[in-house]
Design a protein. Structure first.
Length: 164
């Protein structure tokens, strides 16, 4: 421990109270920071996932990229967030959202979900996952091994279908 204390499962402390209340079932936190482009899930997979979910759920795509408060308000407007390992992931956990996290090049071991989520790790033929590197040395990025149907199934377990 960095401060000489043992972590005992305490929740995150966020000093901001979002202004927006829940108005969407699912938020797609699709963008990743410039430092770790390999954490990105392919855009075509996000679009396929939207096709798989949009008949039953209201979906919103990431907003507030230029303003932290708008970003936190957007996250708070969602019942469930689908994300890679990112700032948005940590904010969603802090805001006590249901969450589906897509891990690839980064480690899932140090992220605790407080019983509100699921971690999806790629099933790859590589022995380098997680590589802990911002650039990929393989022909196919490990994130491409996470398929939209697998993410949909994780969403259905956390957020059962609504009847329309």
């Amino acid at each position: 421990s960095m401060i000489g204390k043992k972590w005992r499962g305490e929740e995150y402390i966020l000093g901001y109270k979002p202004k927006r209340t829940v108005s969407y079932d699912i938020g797609f936190n699709w963008a990743v920071g410039e430092k770790w482009p390999t954490k990105a899930w392919p855009k075509k997979y996000w679009k396929k996932l939207e096709d798989l979910l949009r008949k039953r759920y209201s979906i919103t795509w990431q907003r507030g990229l230029g303003n932290l408060y708008e970003y936190m308000d957007w996250i708070n407007s969602c019942r469930l967030i689908i994300t890679s390992d990112s700032l948005g992931m940590h904010l969603a956990i802090a805001l006590k959202k249901k969450i589906v996290i897509l891990f690839g090049p980064s480690s899932s071991q140090e992220v605790y979900l407080y019983g509100r989520g699921t971690k999806i790790l790629p099933k790859t033929p590589y022995n380098c996952v997680p590589c802990l590197k911002p650039e990929c040395s393989q022909k196919k990025n490990c994130m491409e091994f996470i398929k939209p149907g697998e993410v949909r199934d994780a969403v259905l377990k956390l957020h059962p279908l609504k009847e329309k």
